[in-house]
Write a protein that binds this ligand. Structure first.
Ligand code: DQA
Length: 146
């Protein structure tokens, strides 16, 4: 089974970008952590990042056959109807994640186009937000198989 971990704009800047908000871990660190833990659980992952809205839409389309998607859409979370429509278009469950607690930040980060079409949302736990979402997808997947 495969999970897709999809990352939107500016997440390639993790580690150097506002570390007081986003932490010191780089995106490569997050990928390595997830790869280790998912392997232990018998899962493969496809881990991707793009700064381009249309490419992120295509990454979502490509995840259609996956067991699930962990999506940190960055600022496109708050702006992109196209991305929400892409999420709506695939069968795989999608969990929206954020490193930061978006609800403790500026008002423009409180609205998400993705949340209403996602299975759920995890935010505020730094790099662990990704793992909590991945674990939730694994649990859902295993419960469905029993
Ligand atoms: C973010 C939160 C977004 O509001 C912001 O635009 C990001 C990162 C997060 O992971 O905390 O780029 O998605």
């Amino acid at each position: 089974p495969v999970l897709h971990i999809l990352n939107g704009p500016n997440l390639n800047r993790l580690g150097v970008r506002e570390p007081s908000i986003y932490g010191m871990a780089t995106l490569a660190d997050i990928e390595a952590m997830l790869r280790d833990r998912l392997q232990e659980r018998g899962y493969d992952l496809i881990f991707r990042q793009t700064n381009h809205e249309g490419e992120l839409v295509e990454f979502v389309h490509a995840a259609d056959g996956a067991k699930g998607v962990v999506l940190n859409a960055g600022a496109y979370t708050h702006t992109s109807v196209a991305l929400a429509d892409a999420v709506r278009s695939i069968a795989a469950p999608v969990i929206e994640v954020h490193l930061s607690n978006v609800f403790a930040r500026e008002a423009f980060r409180h609205h998400s186009y993705i949340a209403p079409v996602a299975q759920g949302v995890v935010c505020g736990f730094g790099a662990q937000s990704y793992w909590l979402a991945a674990e939730a997808l694994i649990e859902m997947n295993e419960a469905g198989r029993l």
